[in-house]
Design a protein around this ligand. Structure first.
Ligand SMILES: CC(C)(COP(=O)(O)OP(=O)(O)OC[C@H]1O[C@@H](n2cnc3c(N)ncnc32)[C@H](O)[C@@H]1OP(=O)(O)O)[C@@H](O)C(=O)NCCC(=O)NCCS
Length: 163
């Protein structure tokens, strides 16, 4: 298990969070094969790095997961924020937690090409689009961008100035 210190407001995803997280998946990814509770159980069993953010009552407001590869690579498995808490900084905090956990690895992810909010978030954290996967999501048939963040990405502001 990863024992790195985490961003202050995240905690490890525990088995008792799984039902809440799977329910959020249904809300957040209704047309893209939302992950089931069984899939999250399998992720935990595989030792993957998952964190959640809770409100004061213990309700899960957001969650995120990372698969660390054998070499110098990692993959963002998922990231989601409860609809009524979106736009309040939780998504960025969750992503930064994953970036911290990934250390100096290259990080990959897939994102729907029409998911402007997520793409803006990823770009602002140093991810660049490196590929297009047509009809990646099922059953929606939506396309995905593959995005990658290098271990030492150039400053985002510097990238903007070059455009
Ligand atoms: C994508 C998601 C995780 C972002 O989380 P969030 O908590 O809403 O985002 P934050 O409040 O931390 O905002 C971080 C950045 O995201 C971008 N962003 C967030 N909402 C946005 C919106 N409605 N439109 C455009 N950009 C947006 C901005 O770049 C923002 O930075 P800024 O506040 O400095 O402008 C969240 O919207 C979500 O759960 N969406 C549904 C599930 C999903 O699509 N997950 C990603 C799968 S690849």
């Amino acid at each position: 298990m990863n024992t790195r210190p985490r961003t202050r407001s995240t905690t490890p995803l525990r088995w008792w969070d799984i039902e809440q997280v799977a329910a959020l998946e249904q809300v957040l990814f209704p047309t893209d094969s939302p992950w089931t509770a069984a899939m999250f159980w399998a992720e935990l069993a595989a030792g993957r790095y998952y964190v959640v953010m809770r409100d004061g009552s213990g309700r899960v407001d957001g969650y995120a997961g990372l698969a660390v590869g054998a070499q110098d690579e990692a993959d963002v498995q998922t990231i989601g924020v409860r609809p009524d808490r979106q736009g309040t900084g939780l998504g960025r905090a969750l992503l930064r937690d994953l970036l911290d956990a990934a250390g100096r690895r290259r990080i990959y992810l897939e994102v729907r090409t029409d998911n402007a909010a997520a793409i803006a978030l990823y770009r602002s954290e140093g991810f660049a689009t490196i590929g297009l996967r047509r009809q990646y999501y099922r059953p929606s048939g939506a396309d995905a961008y593959t995005m990658c963040r290098l271990a030492d990405p150039p400053p985002v502001d510097a990238g903007k100035r070059r455009q």
